[in-house]
Design a protein. Structure first.
Ligand SMILES: Nc1nc2c(ncn2[C@@H]2O[C@H](COP(=O)(O)OP(=O)(O)OP(=O)(O)O)[C@@H](O)[C@H]2O)c(=O)[nH]1
Ligand SMILES: [Mg+2]
Length: 418
């Protein structure tokens, strides 16, 4: 099934806790600190893979949690780092966070780190200094990051094949590439876009065949409109026309109708270069039809997708034109570059119960503190003071005894001596 939108929940692994330990050996009563650092938590990494064509699997399995790092241990043993969690997506996947594009994976194996694994906490051996030769300080691992990624797939194709239903678009794709789309003698055979790689004199281009377009497609009639965004990135279009027309419409009327839809849907697509091909010229009626079409448009490629007539000429033109045209950037994505929001180290808010401090730097710092050791707690207080939290709290009107919340921890505010 072709699914082009999905929402996934990602969470990187927490770093392993650092260890608090002292070297113990017979006849060596004052062995130094030897608590090792924790290992790094796993990151969540996304990779574009040309074998995939749908976001269906991600829609079905929307939770991605990387493993935590292992804790450090005595004897300076460093905890094992966790491996990264890899999410594979089709080429053309766009990743958004709260509406802003943060990645656009347009090439095979292109990689983006969506959430960094937490750093391993330092063991007490790391806090040894000339002033403190036996520190009872160790950090816990840094928490992982957690957020919701909105994914959208916009197929990456160089050439789009558009036209009325039943014009022979899928037939054409099936004869010029190895793709095997469904072909049948009724409209709306193609329900989702098909991709095929077309080789020509040592060069190759990706062609996309989308469902047929009819009047009202831009308002959701038929299926074509919904898939138009998959040809937004193409360099040019083959506008394929059934020489016998469609229902009451002759070939030229279907041509006009499709172009009108494109204009309504997106000027960006309507302005794309179109190479016009009149199909099914193996049928007797096509001779007249070609003549009358040429009264409106001179440059037309008469072809038969079934007999292969005219296809070489058509491809020669497509490859020639495509070499001239620069790759297309999506307006939507260009208009919304990612600006990493400036986030202060912390923010103090007054709440009903007291005060709340937010900001990753501080919440991580608290989360990484080993509260069972007074020395670790003293270190935390020193850092909080040095980054100005104490002052900010008192500026916000905090008085001795007020409750201060940081993440899931609660403290009582006491003014430290200067
Ligand atoms: N005689 C003749 N028939 C053709 C030719 N090309 C396609 N057909 C027939 O036209 C019918 C429609 O072909 P498709 O390739 O399914 O058409 P489509 O444009 O993909 O149609 P939708 O997916 O419904 O939009 C099929 O019965 C094909 O066999 C051709 O060159 N000559
Ligand atoms: Mg088709």
């Amino acid at each position: 099934m072709f699914i082009d939108k999905a929402q996934i929940f990602i969470k990187s692994g927490k770093g392993g806790d650092g260890c608090l330990s002292f070297h113990r050996e017979k006849f060596k009563p004052y062995g130094g600190p030897d608590g090792g650092n924790g290992g790094r938590g796993g990151s969540v990494v996304m990779i574009a893979d040309y074998n995939l064509t749908t976001l269906l699997d991600l829609r079905k399995n929307p939770h991605y949690t990387a493993k935590n790092g292992e804790q450090g241990s005595g004897n300076n043993c460093v905890g094992k780092s966790a491996g990264d969690l890899i999410i594979k997506v089709p080429i053309g996947t766009i990743v958004r966070r709260e509406g802003s594009v943060i990645a656009d994976l347009t090439k095979n194996n292109q990689t983006v780190i969506l959430a960094n694994g937490g750093r391993g906490g330092r063991g007490n051996a790391s806090f040894k200094s000339s002033r403190n030769t036996a520190p009872r300080i160790n950090e816990k691992g840094q928490p992982g990051e957690e957020w919701v990624a909105e994914l959208e797939l916009k197929l990456i194709a160089d050439v789009g094949i558009i036209g009325y239903p039943n014009a022979g678009k899928s037939t054409l794709l099936s004869v010029i590439s190895a793709a095997k789309p469904k072909v049948a003698d009724y409209p709306f055979t193609t329900l989702v876009p098909n991709l095929g790689v077309v080789g020509f004199h040592g060069k190759s281009l990706v062609f996309a065949d989308i469902p047929g377009l009819i009047e009202g497609a831009h308002q959701g009639k038929g299926l074509g409109g919904e898939f138009l965004r998959h040809i937004e990135r193409t360099k040019l279009l083959i506008h394929l026309i059934d020489s016998c027309g469609y229902g009451q419409k002759d070939a030229y009327a279907t041509f006009l109708a499709v172009n009108k839809e494109l204009e309504q849907y997106s000027p960006q697509i309507a302005f794309k270069k179109q190479i016009i091909a009149l199909n099914k010229i193996d049928l007797p009626d096509s001779v007249e039809s070609l003549k009358s079409f040429k009264r409106h448009r001179k440059k037309v490629f008469p072809i038969s997708a079934v007999t292969g007539k005219g296809i070489k000429e058509l491809l020669a033109e497509v490859f020639k034109e495509s070499a001239r045209i620069k790759p297309v950037l999506i307006q939507d994505d260009v208009a919304k570059p990612v600006y990493y929001k400036y986030t202060p180290a912390f923010e103090v808010h007054k709440s009903e119960e007291g005060f709340v401090i937010t900001g990753r730097k501080v919440t991580d710092l608290v989360e990484m503190t080993n509260f069972s050791e007074q020395e670790s707690v003293d270190r935390l207080q020193k850092i909080l003071k040095s980054i100005g939290i104490e002052k900010s709290l008192s500026d916000h009107g905090a008085v001795h005894g007020d409750i201060v919340k940081v993440g899931k921890y609660e403290f009582t505010y006491e003014k430290l001596s200067k």
